[in-house]
Design a protein around this ligand. Structure first.
Ligand SMILES: [Zn+2]
Ligand SMILES: [Zn+2]
Length: 244
């Protein structure tokens, strides 16, 4: 399984970058995880939009869905130009019916509701879910394929259940919206210590800090996390790829 970080900012993208968006690839199947602001422009550095198979959405905040409308247009255009005859499939929760209804534009874009209490199979990926602590209904995801796993926290404040959910994962992509001396809880987000505490107690093999703040020196986030978690800690970065 290959991960490419397409966008890693919280709230809004910095110049030439994107908010939350991650590309997972295995056996030629391409799954986009969230599709934030600026994501489409960045994604084309790594894959043609016509080659995307599916998109899974954690929640309906703008920094995770802002580019969905343009992605729908791109599949319409790519079909008209015969670049692909495949529809693009969106997978999302439907607790917000108004937002869910916007996802499908048949026949070129289809939408499916994932059942967070069961396992989904999207292409080669087996996916399980954990509801997070956030202002909007939001689900973290665990992706498994060929005996390897990646856990994506999506947006959340610290939640004990992450420890079981992320247990022994090969890679934990965890939101880190705040520094250690700041409390993210009132905002539904985590700080560097929250992310590192889950990583340590879950014995994850590697931790990537993402959904990064627009203030302070981000290298400090890594130092703070390393005080708690002894494994490898990386900052999310545009274009970073990791083969698991
Ligand atoms: Zn967010
Ligand atoms: Zn959010």
């Amino acid at each position: 399984m290959k991960l490419t970080i397409v966008g890693h900012w919280g709230a809004f993208p910095e110049v030439g970058e994107a908010t939350s968006c991650y590309l997972l690839e295995h056996d030629g199947f391409r799954l986009l995880v969230d599709c934030g602001s600026g994501a489409l422009s960045q994604l084309q550095h790594y894959c043609s939009l016509a080659d995307l198979d599916a998109v899974i959405i954690s929640h309906y905040h703008h920094d995770h869905i802002a580019d969905i409308g343009s992605l729908q247009y791109s599949r319409l255009v790519d079909q008209q130009l015969n670049r692909t005859n495949q529809p693009l499939s969106f997978y999302a929760h439907a607790y917000d019916q108004k937002e869910f209804q916007k996802l499908a534009k048949p026949p070129h874009v289809l939408s499916f509701i994932y059942n967070e209490k069961a396992e989904s199979k999207i292409g080669p990926f087996r996916i399980t879910y954990l509801e997070t602590n956030h202002k909007a209904k939001c689900f973290a995801m665990r992706f498994e394929v060929a005996g390897k796993s990646i856990v994506y926290s999506a947006d959340s404040s610290y939640k004990e259940a992450f420890i079981e959910f992320a247990k022994d994962t090969d890679l934990f992509i965890c939101e880190t919206s705040f520094y250690a001396n700041q409390d993210g809880k009132p905002y539904g987000h985590m700080n560097s210590l929250d992310a590192a505490t889950i990583a340590r107690n879950s014995s994850v093999k590697k931790l990537i800090l993402t959904h990064l703040p627009h203030f302070g020196d981000q290298r400090k986030l890594v130092e703070e996390a390393k005080d708690v978690y002894q494994g490898e800690v990386m900052l999310a970065k545009k274009g970073l790829t990791i083969q698991i």
